[in-house]
Design a protein around this ligand. Structure first.
Ligand code: FPP
Length: 237
């Protein structure tokens, strides 16, 4: 208990952690399993990492779960992913709620299948008053699309007059979230892939060769410890 408290104290400068959970397919292939087994294993890692982030006192955790480009995958895989999300959101709802976690969603949710939209709405309603970790699932999310959507809304709200940065920020999919301090990508790829394009301009980036299903609490802890050594200047001296 004391250790957790101490850790929370050390990590208090990490408000927002964002993760590109990559490598489920390769993990499965390496084991001679179908890709969907990698996604199933990926979900169990999500559960552990949510708990770890909460234990560390992180306030916002954003997980890239489905991008606007992921529709290019085989229909059967896309369908499987949406079903997996629905099932697990339903299964974990009470537990998340009990742990005071506020679950939010970023992306074009209205383009998702209705069964998933319904589950998302239920989860949002159930947890909306919770004051603990804000857990944000980016689903059907694209950073460029988010900026275009926000600019259009801001423009509309402002009577078609010129808009500024603060106004765009106000209309991002989930407003009132600080920019991510850390963005992690697993699986060895070193790119952002349309993730948090507006928000990540000054984020500290961490790339690990571990595949998402192999990522664990110790990996997260190592990254957060390393973050303590980074000097963030945000363009200043
Ligand atoms: C990346 O691995 C993983 C994804 C695109 C899907 C991640 C989503 C989940 C595990 C479900 C999320 C669950 C909830 C509850 C919202 P990849 O398939 O790109 O792996 P590869 O690069 O090795 O092929």
């Amino acid at each position: 208990m004391a250790r957790i408290f101490l850790h929370k104290l050390i990590m208090r400068n990490i408000k927002h952690l964002a993760i590109i959970m990559d490598g489920n397919g390769r993990w499965a292939k390496k084991k001679g399993l179908p890709r969907i087994e990698g996604h199933k294993r990926g979900v169990s890692v999500i559960k552990k990492i949510v708990q770890s982030a909460d234990d560390m006192g992180i306030k916002y955790l954003t997980l890239y779960s489905f991008s606007t480009e992921n529709w290019k995958r085989p229909k059967s895989e896309v369908k499987f992913l949406f079903k997996l999300m629905e099932e697990n959101l339903k299964k974990e709802a009470e537990n998340l709620h009990k742990n005071n976690i506020h679950v939010l969603f970023a992306g074009r949710i209205d383009e998702l299948p209705l069964f998933l939209q319904k589950t998302i709405l239920e989860m949002k309603n159930l947890t909306r008053k919770n004051t603990g970790l804000r857990l944000i699932f980016a689903i059907n999310y694209g950073g460029r699309q988010e900026i275009v959507d926000a600019v259009n809304k801001a423009f509309e709200m402002n009577g078609n007059k010129k808009i500024d940065k603060d106004m765009v920020r106000k209309f991002l999919y989930v407003p009132d979230v600080p920019d991510p301090d850390i963005v992690i990508r697993t699986s060895g790829e070193q790119r952002m892939s349309n993730f948090l394009t507006w928000q990540s301009v000054y984020s500290e980036l961490y790339f690990t060769s571990k595949l998402w299903p192999d990522f664990d609490r110790n990996d997260l802890k190592r990254i957060c410890d390393d973050y303590q050594k980074r000097k963030r200047r945000f363009g200043g001296l």
